[in-house]
Design a protein. Structure first.
Lengths: 305, 556, 298
C-alpha cells in the first residue's frame, strides 16, 4: 500500500513536467502579449518592459530559465500584479479555493448522504420520490443559475448572507451551497442505490436472521458497502469541484485560484497561467490518490501491490 | 431494522436542518448589537484588482482611484466645482510667455511616515517618471516639460537638463517646451505625483506593497488583501488632516457588474463602479418615485465612443464610402435603444467642454430620409450603387456584451439603409489590441477618455505617425492646425485651430463618433460631499471619474 | 458472488442466443414509464431542433431594436430578448448546438474510449500496465484548464468545442470499458466458451461486446447531460458558441443577468434545458435497470 502511494506520488513529477512544457509553449503561441495596452507605448519603453521581464532572451533560453526556477519551486514573477510573485499570489488564493471546495464538499456529503439514506429506507414511497426529485433538480441546474437565484433570495430579499467576498462566514454560505448542490444530488442518488443494493444482499439477511441489532448491521455492513459507490464518485467529484469553483468564484467574486486563472488567461499573464495550471494538476493527482486509497481501505476486494 | 435505519436517516436530515437554523440564529444576533452612531466607513466597488500602486507606472482607473487618495500632486481637482485647486502647492506663478511655472509648496509637508517632503522630491519623482529605465507607459504626460521627451527617448542622457528645478525646499520651478494652458490639469494627474525616494531606495520594486507604501495624500494604505480589499485610513501627517471625515475606506475589486450591483443591493457596498445596463431602467424608475432616497447617479464623462475606419484598407480608403456609412448611423437610436445607459448621441469627435470648447454640429444624431438619399448618392458616386460590388467589410470589436449589441445594430442599419453587408468579428481584449495596433482591420470600435480637460487630448490622436493613429490617417493640413494650436498661448485662437482640425477629421470621416460616455453608478444616499465651507451636498460624479475621499462624509 | 455451474451454463446459453437477453432488457425497459416518456420527449426535442426553420417565422439573429424585450405573447411564445430577438426561435436553434455538442462529444469519447479500454482490458499484462499508466498521466492533466487556455487565447469556434469536450470525456469511458472487459474475461461463461473451443473473435463479438454495451450505453446517456452542462459552463465564462448563434448555455447565462427585469429570458431556456437533462437522466436510469441485471434484481 505504502509502496503504491509513493509510486503514485513520484508519478507526479513527469506529469508536471509535461504539463509545464505544454503550457509554457502554448501561452507563448497565443496572439497578444502581456505588454499590449490600450494607449500607444513607444518602442523604447516597450523594449525596456520586455527586458525587465526577461523577454529579450530567445525562447529556448526563456524555457530553460523557467524550468531551472521551477525546479527550485519558483514560479517566477507575475506580469499582471507587478509587485507579486506567482508563488505569493497562489499562496493567498489557494487556501481560499480549498476552503470553498471543502465547505461545498462537506455540505454535499451531509445533504447527499442524508437524502440518499432517507430515500433508501422506504423505497418507492412519496419520501423516496420526493428526495430523488429534489436531487434530480440539483443535477439539472447549472451552478451559474443557482448562484444568482440564491443571492436574490437570501442576500438581497432576506439579507441573511452576503453576495461577494470571502472574509466572514456570511460570505461563505451561498457559494458553498451553490458549489455543493450538484454533488449533493449525485451523492444522494449513489448512496440510495448503494444502500438498496446492500440491504438486499444475503449476508445482511443472514445477519438479521442471526439477531444482530439493526444499528449494528447498519454501521458494520450496510454503511461500508453502501458508501462505496459514493466514494468512488468522490474522485471525479473533487476534480469537478475544482472546475466548478471557477464558476462559483466568478459569480461570487471570491479571491480564489479559479478567478486568478481566468484573469491571467485573459491578461496573458504567462507565469500565472502556468503556475495555476500546475497547481490544478497537483491537486488533481493528490485527490485521485486519496480517493483510490480510501476506496481500497473500504473495499477489501481491491488491492494495490 | 427498517425503523432504526429510518430513524438514523431522519436524524441526519434533522441535523442538517438544525445546522441551518443555528446558522440563521447566529447571524441574527450581531444585527441587534450594531451600534446606532454613524460610522465613517465607506466601502467602494472598484472594478478590477490594482496592478500596482506606483502612480508613475500605473495606467488603470481602479489604480488611480486609490492613488488619488494616498498621494497628492501639486494641484488637485475640486469634485464639486470641477476646478483645479491647490494641492501640495499652496500657490503658483506663471510667466508672461506661459513657459515657466513657479510652484510654492505648503509649509511642513510630510510623507505618511513623518519624513519631510520638499520640492526636491518632486524633482526626483519627475526625473524617475521620465527615466527610460522606469519604462512608464504614461511618461508622455511629462513631455510638456522641457527636454522631458528627449530624455525619455534617450536623445539626451543628463537628467539635470529636464526643465524641473528645486530652487529651495519649498520652491519648484518648471520650464515647459511650449505654452501649455492645461498644464495645471496635468500636474493633478497621477503620473506627476511625488513618490518617496527613501522608501524606494529601501524596498526597490516592492515599495508599493502593504507595509512598505508611503504617500503624501489624505489617506494611507494599511491593508492590501489580494482580490479582497484595500483598506485606507486617514494619514495623520497630512497638511489638511482636519478636513478628513472618513475613518476607514475599503476598495473592493468586484469585476462582474452584476455581482457588484447585487452586493450593493445586499448592503455590502456604499458605492459601485458601474451599473449593468439592464438595471438602469429599474433604478431610473425608482429615482423618479423617490428622488431623495434613490442611489442612482449619472454624470457626464469626457470621452467618446466611436468607430474608426482604416484608411489603408479597401473600400474604406474611399472618403465617399466612409461618409455614406457615417451618415446612415442613427446615433439617437443606438444611445436610447441599444446602449441605454443615458449616453449622449455624439455630433462631434471632441465632447463639448463647458465654457471652453463647443464643437460644431458635424453629424446628425438621427437619420433622416435626406441623409439616406445623400448617402446612397455618395455610395453610387464611389462606384458601389446600393452596396453592389463592395469588397467585403469586417467590423472588429473586443468581446463584450455592450460592444456586440452596438455592432449588431449598426450592421442592421447599414444593411437596411445602404444594402451594405458587413461581417462582425470579435476578439479578446489582448488580441484585439494587438490587431488594431498593427492596423490589420477595416473598421474597429474604439473609445477615448480624455486625460485632461482640453480638446488636444482628442485632437492629437490622429496626427500622422502618432502611436494612437491606428488608421493610417495622414492629412498635412489637419496636422498643421494641431501644431499651431500647441504653440499658441491665446486660448481663443487655440480653440479656433482645434475647430478647424476637427472639421477636417469629420469631413474626411475617418472616425465615426457614436456617443459621449456617461458614468452610471449606485451611491448610497448616506454618502455626501463636503464643500470648503463645510456644507453638505448630495454625492455627484465628475468628468474624470475621481473619488477624492477627503471631501466625503457619511451621514445617516 | 459465487455462481453455480448451472447458472453459468444458463448465462452461456443466453449469451449464445443473444437476442433473448436483449428482448428481456427491452421488456424491462418498457415497463419503466418515465424512461419511455423521456424517449418520446427527447425524440420530439430532437425533431424540433432539426426542423427548427419550419417551426418559426422569426430568424434567430435578426434584431428588432424598437421592440426590445417583451413578455411572452401569442406573437412571441417565449418573449423576446433585449435586442428584440424571439426567444422561442433562439431556444430551438440553441437546441441544435447543445444537443449536437452532447452527441458528437460522446461519439468522440465512445470511439476512442471503447477501443482504448477494450484493448487494454483484453490483452492485459504489460500492455494493460503501460496503457493504464498513460491513462493516469492524462487523468492528472487538468483538461478543462487547458481547454480554457486554448479557447481564450486562440479564439473559439464550435469545432474546437466539440473536440475539447470529447477529449475530456473518453478517459472515463476507457476506464469503464476496461473494467468491464476484465471482469467479463474471468466470468465462467466466457471461460466455458473458451473451453468449448470458441474462437477469440467469436468470444469478443458474441460475448464481450453485448455485455460491455450495457454499461457503455448507460454511461453515455449520463455523459450527455454532463456535456451539455459543460458547454453551458464554458458559455458562462464567455467561451461557448459565438453570437449571433445561441446554445442553451449562452441563453441561460444571458438570461440570468436580466432575470429580475425580464424573467422569461431565463425561465424558458432553463426549463428546456432542465427537462432535457431530466429526460436523459430518466432514460439513463431506465437503461441501467434494463441492461444491468445486477441492479435490476430488486
Amino acid at each position: 500500500m505504502l509502496k503504491y502511494i509513493i509510486g503514485r506520488l513520484l508519478g507526479i513529477i513527469p506529469v508536471l513536467w509535461v504539463l509545464a512544457t505544454i503550457t509554457f509553449f502554448l501561452v507563448r503561441l497565443a496572439p497578444g502579449s502581456p505588454f499590449d495596452s490600450e494607449k500607444a507605448v513607444s518602442p523604447e519603453i516597450l523594449a525596456h518592459l520586455k527586458a525587465k521581464a526577461g523577454f529579450d532572451e530567445p525562447l529556448p533560453m526563456q524555457y530553460l530559465i523557467y524550468m531551472k526556477n521551477l525546479l527550485q519551486g519558483d514560479l517566477g514573477p507575475s506580469f499582471r500584479y507587478t509587485n507579486l510573485s506567482v508563488n505569493e499570489a497562489i499562496a493567498t488564493a489557494l487556501p481560499v479555493t480549498m476552503q470553498l471546495g471543502l465547505c461545498g464538499l462537506i455540505y454535499a456529503i451531509i445533504l447527499g448522504f442524508g437524502l440518499g439514506m432517507f430515500a433508501a429506507t422506504k423505497p418507492n414511497t412519496l419520501r423516496d420520490y420526493g428526495s430523488m426529485g429534489f436531487s434530480l433538480l440539483g443535477v439539472c441546474m447549472p451552478s451559474f443559475m443557482i448562484g444568482p437565484l440564491l443571492m436574490l433570495l437570501f442576500a438581497i430579499k432576506l439579507r441573511w448572507f452576503n453576495v461577494s467576498g470571502w472574509e466572514t462566514w456570511k460570505d461563505m454560505v451561498l457559494p458553498s451551497l451553490t458549489l455543493g448542490t450538484i454533488f449533493a444530488a449525485y451523492f444522494s442518488r449513489l448512496v440510495r442505490v448503494g444502500f438498496l443494493d446492500i440491504l438486499n444482499q444475503d449476508f445482511i439477511k443472514t445477519a438479521k436472521a442471526k439477531g444482530l441489532s439493526a444499528r449494528r448491521i447498519f454501521l458494520l455492513h450496510a454503511a461500508k458497502g453502501g458508501v462505496l459507490p459514493a466514494v468512488s464518485f468522490l474522485g471525479p467529484a473533487t476534480a469537478s469541484i475544482l472546475s466548478g469553483s471557477l464558476v462559483v468564484e466568478t459569480v461570487f467574486n471570491i479571491p480564489g485560484i479559479g478567478r486568478f486563472f481566468i484573469q491571467s488567461a485573459f491578461n496573458r499573464d504567462y507565469g500565472m497561467i502556468i503556475g495555476t495550471t500546475l497547481v490544478y494538476g497537483v491537486m488533481l493527482i493528490l485527490l485521485n490518490v486519496v480517493v483510490d486509497v480510501a476506496y481500497a481501505l473500504l473495499n477489501p476486494k481491491v488491492r494495490y501491490d | 431494522m427498517g425503523k432504526k435505519l429510518n430513524a438514523l436517516a431522519c436524524t441526519l436530515v434533522r441535523t442538517f436542518l438544525l445546522g441551518l437554523l443555528t446558522a440563521v440564529a447566529l447571524m441574527l444576533l450581531p444585527l441587534q448589537l450594531q451600534a446606532e452612531a454613524v460610522k465613517q466607513i465607506i466601502r467602494i466597488g472598484n472594478g478590477t484588482e490594482p496592478r500596482e500602486l506606483d502612480p508613475i507606472l500605473s495606467t488603470g482607473v481602479p489604480e488611480s482611484h486609490i492613488e488619488d487618495n494616498i498621494f497628492e500632486g501639486l494641484c488637485s481637482r475640486d469634485p464639486l466645482t470641477e476646478k483645479t485647486i491647490p494641492g501640495a502647492a499652496e500657490s503658483w506663478e506663471i510667466s508672461e510667455d506661459g513657459l515657466t511655472y513657479t510652484f510654492k509648496l505648503r509649509k511642513n509637508l510630510k510623507w505618511s511616515d513623518g519624513v519631510k517632503l520638499t520640492a526636491h522630491d518632486f524633482v526626483y519623482s519627475w526625473r524617475l517618471a521620465l527615466d527610460p529605465k522606469t519604462a512608464s507607459e504614461y511618461a508622455y504626460q511629462l513631455y510638456y516639460i522641457k527636454n522631458g521627451e528627449a530624455f525619455n527617448k534617450k536623445k539626451i542622457t543628463d537628467n539635470t537638463k529636464i526643465g524641473v528645478v528645486a530652487q529651495d525646499d519649498r520652491t519648484l520651478v518648471v520650464t515647459l517646451e511650449r505654452p501649455t494652458p492645461y498644464f495645471l490639469d496635468i500636474v493633478a494627474f497621477h503620473t506627476l505625483y511625488p513618490v518617496p525616494k527613501h522608501v524606494i531606495a529601501k524596498h526597490k520594486e516592492k515599495w508599493t506593497k502593504e507595509g512598505n507604501i508611503v504617500g503624501n495624500g489624505a489617506f494611507k494604505l494599511v491593508e492590501w488583501r489580494l482580490n479582497q480589499h484595500i483598506k485606507l485610513v486617514p494619514n495623520e501627517h497630512y497638511w489638511d488632516k482636519d478636513k478628513v471625515k472618513i475613518q476607514e475606506a475599503y476598495f473592493l475589486p468586484i469585476e462582474k457588474a452584476e455581482t457588484e450591483e447585487k452586493s450593493f443591493a445586499a448592503g455590502q457596498l456604499d458605492m459601485t463602479a458601474t451599473l449593468p445596463t439592464v438595471k438602469i431602467a429599474t433604478y431610473m424608475r425608482d429615482k423618479q418615485k423617490n428622488p431623495k432616497t434613490s442611489p442612482f447617479r449619472r454624470s457626464a464623462m469626457f470621452g467618446t465612443y466611436y468607430y474608426q475606419f482604416n484608411t489603408k484598407a479597401k473600400p474604406l480608403d474611399n472618403k465617399l464610402v466612409r461618409q455614406a456609412l457615417s451618415l446612415t448611423v442613427d446615433r439617437t437610436l443606438i444611445a436610447e435603444k441599444v446602449a441605454r445607459g443615458g449616453q449622449i448621441p455624439a455630433w462631434s469627435f471632441v465632447p463639448p467642454i463647458e465654457g471652453k470648447y463647443q464643437p460644431k454640429k458635424y453629424l446628425n444624431t438621427s437619420v433622416s430620409k435626406a441623409d439616406i438619399a445623400k448617402a446612397k448618392a455618395l455610395l453610387k458616386k464611389a462606384g458601389f450603387p446600393d452596396g453592389k460590388g463592395m469588397p467585403k467589410i469586417e467590423l472588429l470589436y473586443n468581446t463584450s456584451e455592450g460592444h456586440k449589441k452596438i455592432a449588431l445594430a449598426i450592421q442592421q442599419m447599414w444593411k437596411k439603409h445602404l444594402g451594405v453587408q458587413i461581417k462582425l468579428l470579435n476578439q479578446e481584449w489582448k488580441v484585439y489590441l494587438n490587431t488594431t495596433r498593427s492596423g490589420k482591420f477595416q473598421i474597429s470600435r474604439r473609445g477615448w477618455i480624455g486625460d485632461y480637460l482640453d480638446p488636444n487630448t482628442f485632437m492629437d490622436l490622429h496626427v500622422e505617425g502618432g502611436g494612437n493613429n491606428e488608421i493610417g490617417f495622414a492629412h498635412p493640413e489637419h496636422d498643421k492646425y494641431i501644431k499651431l494650436a500647441a504653440a499658441e498661448s491665446n486660448n481663443k485662437k487655440r480653440m479656433d485651430y482645434f475647430h478647424k482640425a476637427e472639421a477636417i477629421l469629420l469631413d474626411e470621416a475617418v472616425v465615426m463618433p457614436i456617443y459621449y460616455y456617461v458614468s452610471n453608478r449606485l451611491v448610497s444616499p448616506k454618502v455626501k460631499l463636503v464643500d470648503n465651507k463645510g456644507k453638505l451636498h448630495p454625492w455627484r460624479g465628475n468628468l474624470f471619474d475621481r473619488l477624492p475621499l477627503k471631501h466625503y462624509v457619511m451621514t445617516k | 458472488m459465487t455462481k453455480t455451474a448451472t447458472t453459468a451454463i444458463d448465462e452461456l446459453k443466453q449469451a449464445e442466443q443473444g437476442t433473448s437477453l436483449w428482448t428481456e432488457s427491452f421488456y424491462r425497459f418498457k415497463k419503466n414509464k418515465m424512461a419511455v416518456l423521456s424517449i418520446f420527449y427527447l425524440l420530439i426535442q430532437a425533431l424540433m431542433a432539426i426542423f427548427a426553420p419550419m417551426l418559426t417565422s422569426y430568424s434567430y439573429e435578426a434584431t428588432d431594436l424598437m421592440l426590445g424585450a417583451v413578455a411572452p405573447s401569442s406573437e412571441h411564445w417565449f418573449g423576446t430578448d433585449e435586442l428584440g430577438r424571439d426567444i422561442f426561435t433562439r431556444t430551438l436553434y440553441g437546441a441544435r448546438i447543445s444537443l449536437a455538442i452532447g452527441l458528437l462529444a460522446v461519439v468522440v469519447s465512445l470511439v476512442i474510449g471503447i477501443i482504448y479500454g477494450a484493448v487494454s482490458g483484453y490483452f492485459g499484462g504489460k500492455v494493460d500496465y503501460y496503457m493504464q499508466r498513460f491513462l493516469e498521466i492524462l487523468y492528472a492533466i487538468p483538461f478543462m484548464i487547458l481547454v480554457i487556455i486554448l479557447l481564450t487565447m486562440f479564439g473559439h469556434n464550435i469545432f474546437m468545442l466539440f473536440i475539447a469536450l470529447g477529449a475530456i470525456q473518453w478517459l472515463t469511458m476507457a476506464r469503464i470499458v476496461r473494467g468491464q472487459v476484465i471482469s467479463l474475461k474471468e466470468m465462467e461463461f466466457v471461460e466455458a466458451a473458451r473451453c468449448m473451443g470458441v474462437g477469440r473473435l467469436m468470444i469478443i463479438m458474441r460475448h464481450m461486446i453485448p455485455n460491455i454495451l450495457g454499461p457503455v450505453i448507460v454511461y453515455t446517456t449520463l455523459a450527455i447531460p454532463a456535456l451539455i452542462l459543460e458547454e453551458a459552463f464554458l458559455s458562462f465564462l464567455g467561451l461557448g458558441v459565438q453570437e449571433p448563434m445561441s446554445s442553451w448555455g449562452t441563453l441561460i447565462s444571458d438570461g440570468v443577468e436580466i432575470m429580475e427585469e425580464h424573467p422569461w429570458a431565463l425561465v424558458f431556456p432553463s426549463l428546456t434545458l432542465m427537462l432535457t437533462l431530466l429526460a436523459l437522466n430518466f432514460l439513463g436510469d431506465g437503461l441501467r435497470d434494463a441492461l444491468d441485471p445486477k441492479v435490476s434484481q430488486h
